[in-house]
Structures are given as C-alpha cells and as structure tokens.
Design a protein around this ligand. Structure first.
Ligand code: ATP
Ligand code: MG
Length: 484
C-alpha cells in the first residue's frame, strides 16, 4: 500500500488552521467542525483528532476534506463540542493481521476480470446463435416448402391465396415475402415463348400451372417497371393478366429476374387467331372482354382504395392472352404509364415512341402526340385496340366465309416495318386495314367495323373511349343473345 499523509498534513495542504487542543485530549469546543480519523501508514495504525474553526470550513455545509481526505482510510467530521471523542476502527482487511495475502490479492484482481471475460463470451455466443437462427429462418422461408404452411395453408390454391391476401391487404397483390416464397418453389417445365425482354416459361406450383417471364439482367429496369405497374393498387381485373409474384434471385454470377403470372394455355390472342377461327359469339366475347380490360386499365378510381388511370402503350394481339373461357386478359404492362390526376402528371418521363411500330397511332408515328396530356396515351391505346378488333373480326366464321389470319397492314408494309414505312402509310396516305363490304350484311361484323373506324380517326380525341366500346359491345351481345 502506498504511504499516506496524515490528517494534519492533509489539512495544512488545504491551508486550514488547525486547533489541536492537546489539553483536552484533542477534543475541543468548536464553532466549526471536529474531526476524528484513523489510517494505516506504513503498516502502523494512526489515529488523529482535531478541530477546525468555522471560517475555514469550505463549503460550510460539507467541507471538502471531510468528503475525501487523500490517503485517509476512515474519517469522521462532526459539528458539536467534543464530538470527535469517538474511536474509529481501521476498516477490516487493512489492519494488522487483516492484510491480504497473495492468493486474496490475485483473487481480487483476477476475479472481476474472469467474470468480465465470461460475460463477453456469453454475449458472443448469444449473438452467434441469434445470427444463425435468423439465417436459418430466412432460408426456410425462402426455400423450404415445408414451412409454407406457416402462412400458406396447404389446402389453399394460388387463387385462394391471392384472393385472401390481396383483399385483406392493400389490394395490390401478395405480400412481398409470399411472392418470393412462391417464386422460389416453382418448378420450371418448358419454354413457351420469347419476347423482346426475355423468355416465358410454363412452371408448376402446388399442382397448378403458372407463367414465368424471365428477364435478362440487362432488362432489370423493364422487370422492375412491369412488376411495379402490376402491383398498382386495385389493378386486379378478370381481363387483365393476373400477377402473382416478382422475384430477383442472385445466384452469385448473375441476377435472375422473374415475373410470375397466371398461365393461359391458349397463349396470346395472336397465337389463338392463327390457330383457330371464331364464331360470332366468340368474336364478341373476345372483343368485349378486351374492351373491359382496357376500360379498367384506363379508368381512374378515386378514394383510398382507388386506382390511377393507366395507359398501356403496347397493346397488340401478342400482348393479349386468351383465357380458358375464351375471354381476353391484357398483359405486358412494362411500358404502361400512370396518371396522377391531382397534379395532372404522368408517373415516369414518357419517351416519345415506345411500343410496336405496326400498332403505333398516327400521332405517335409523326410525333405530334401531346405527351403532357395523359388522355393522349389512352387515345393511342384505342387506335391499337381497333387494329386488334380487325385481327379478330377477320377470323370470324360468318355465313361460311372465313379469312386467314393476318397482322394489320400486312398488305401495306413489310414484316418488320420501320417507323418511316408505317408513317407513310398511316399518316401520309391515311390508309387503314380494309373493312370488307360484306361485313355490312352481318350485324355483329357491321358493329365491329363501325367501332374500328371510330378507333382509327387521325384525330386521337375523336376516337371512342374504352368504356363506350364496352357499352356498345354489351348491347350487341344482348342483341345476339350471347351468354357471357
Ligand atoms: N401468362 C402467359 N400464359 C401463357 N402464355 C404466355 C403468357 N405470357 C406470355 N405467353 C407466351 O409467351 C410469348 C412471349 O411473350 P412476351 O410477352 O415475352 O413476348 P411477346 O409479347 O411475344 O413480344 P413482345 O416482347 O413484343 O411483348 C407470348 O407470345 C405468349 O405466346
Ligand atoms: Mg408481350
């Protein structure tokens, strides 16, 4: 133990005048404080009694030296006459014979250190355990179908799940972690098509078919945009392709970008019309359902559970799928734009000419489209819908007459027309696909022909709206006694 200064030295240091009062055994009458202390100096016990006058007490209530007299192990201050007559004991462990041996000393130093290490080790173990458990849980959630039951009961089909989860949620589809789980437990079966952005596969999930569009890593923006549009609140509609999941899986070398949707075995309307002809009823069902899908897409629904108006911008027979009940589902929303009616703005900066050249409206071809006006994009969609109607109507088997499948403008432009070639035909020559005279003899074809003409006006604003077309075709279906 290091040597200590006794109390008197200490008091001198503090510049205090000490009244030692030897005569009364160092006990005094005092107007200040009396002090008794005991300390161990170089192994010998030293006891000191003394008094300090009031004017030297700093601060008066609790003088500093009473709180911490350096080197003094035990100190007692009091403030009445003769009050320091008490005998203070040397604190245990410090007195002679109470001195700590080497073992105790080691124990005192090493003990807390050991405890600290133990605590640290325990903390580390706990952290590692938590960390491993978290990753294990994540892996299970993502890859192990046996854990699906936690949030996806085994007896629920994909349709049930989507209905349950999307109606209880925001109305914009499955929660993201469910999307990921579904996507990662799909087993791909066969490739069914190739488009501009990647391949389309048929996959299996829980005994049902799904379509998986796999984008190349270069097309990440298109993947993201399409997934974003499909998850627009309240977009779900029987005539819009049912979106199931989007997933981006990094396999170390590249990122696989998946977009999972309902699978329709008939494929696109283009595939369907190439393969089959349609009855009058079939034609009306296809046309009416396509108009219903487009009307829903275009329509703005106000309120918290509403949806913005959406323009497709790449409507064509290859981007419409045919469902088992021979109605349409509009697909490929990757180029769509959404309207924010509050600020009258469009959600992305729209580039002038996107979509498929053959289906571009005249104002898109000659770049006169007013891109600040959202309705312009809807009018361009209607022009393309008119072309799709023409493709359907040609395949309508009426009175034994049937035409082969052809793309619009097949007789006026080459197979992969340039913008310039299209512009010359559509804008300069103002030509449109041919509407045969004999269509006038059949009510359904007559109405279809009339709709087409009104979809193809050079002036976009003069064209019909999707809602108007839907109404006209509904009336026609009633007239033709068609059960929908
Ligand atoms: N959900 C689906 N169900 C069944 N078949 C599908 C589905 N989605 C796409 N297909 C098939 O895959 C093909 C390729 O589709 P994709 O959208 O990639 O290209 P595309 O529409 O042909 O061309 P583009 O790239 O110009 O849009 C379609 O033509 C269709 O035959
Ligand atoms: Mg497509």
């Amino acid at each position: 133990m290091r040597s200590n200064l006794n109390l008197k030295v200490q008091l001198k240091r503090l510049n205090l005048v000490v009244k030692t009062c030897k005569q009364s055994g160092f006990r005094c009458e005092t107007d200040g404080a009396c002090v008794a202390s005991s300390s161990l100096i170089e192994g010998h016990e030293q006891r000191v009694r003394t008094c300090i006058t009031r004017d030297k007490l700093v601060p008066p209530g609790q003088p500093f030296f009473c709180l911490s007299a350096e080197g003094l192990l035990h100190i007692h201050c009091c403030y009445t006459d003769y009050c320091n007559s008490i005998d203070l004991k040397i604190p245990s462990g410090y007195g002679p014979g109470g001195r700590w041996g080497l073992v105790e000393l080691v124990a005192v130093i090493a003990g807390p250190l050991f405890l600290l290490c133990l605590l640290l080790l325990l903390g580390l173990c706990l952290y590692q355990y938590q960390h491993r458990a978290y990753h294990h849980r994540q892996r299970l959630e993502v890859e192990d179908p046996s854990c699906e039951h936690l949030y996806m009961p085994k007896d629920r089909t994909l349709q049930d799940l989507i209905y349950d989860l999307s109606t209880s949620g925001s109305g914009s589809g499955l929660p993201l972690f469910v999307q990921r789980t579904v996507a990662r437990t799909i087993v791909l079966q066969e490739i069914i098509g190739k488009g501009r952005f990647g391949e389309v596969w048929r996959g299996r999930w829980r005994g049902g078919d799904v379509a998986v569009k796999i984008f190349s890593s270069r097309e990440e923006r298109s993947w993201f945009r399409e997934a974003e549009i499909y998850q627009t609140i309240m977009l779900r509609h029987e005539n819009i392709l049912g979106f199931i999941a989007a997933d981006n899986k990094d396999n170390g070398t590249w990122t696989q970008l998946w977009l999972v949707s309902d699978y329709h075995e008939y494929g696109s309307l283009f595939d369907y019309l190439n393969r089959y002809s349609v009855t009058t009823e079939g034609m009306i069902k296809l046309a009416l359902s396509a108009a219903s899908g487009l009307a829903h897409l275009h329509m703005e629904i106000l309120g918290t559970q509403g949806k913005p108006g959406i323009a497709h911008r790449d409507l064509k027979s290859k981007n419409i799928l045919v469902k088992k009940n021979c109605t349409c589902a509009i697909a490929d929303l990757g180029l769509a734009v959404r309207h924010d009616s509050a600020s009258d703005t469009i959600d992305i900066a729209p580039n002038q000419r996107v979509g498929t050249k053959r289906y571009m409206a005249p104002e898109v071809l000659d770049e006169t489209i007013n891109m600040r006006h959202f309705d312009s994009f809807k009018c361009a969609d209607i022009y393309a819908l008119g072309l799709v109607y023409w493709e359907i109507a040609r395949r309508c088997n009426t009175g034994g007459i049937l035409e082969d499948y052809q793309l619009p403008y097949f007789d006026l432009v080459p197979s992969d027309p340039s913008i310039e070639e299209m512009r010359k035909v559509v804008c300069d020559q103002k030509l449109r696909p041919n509407i045969p005279n004999w269509w006038q003899s059949y009510e359904a074809l007559r109405v279809m022909g009339k709709i087409m003409r009104e979809c193809w006006y050079s002036n976009g604003a003069a064209r019909l709206t999707a809602l108007r077309i839907k109404k006209t075709l509904s009336q026609l279906s009633i007239q033709e006694d068609i059960k929908l």
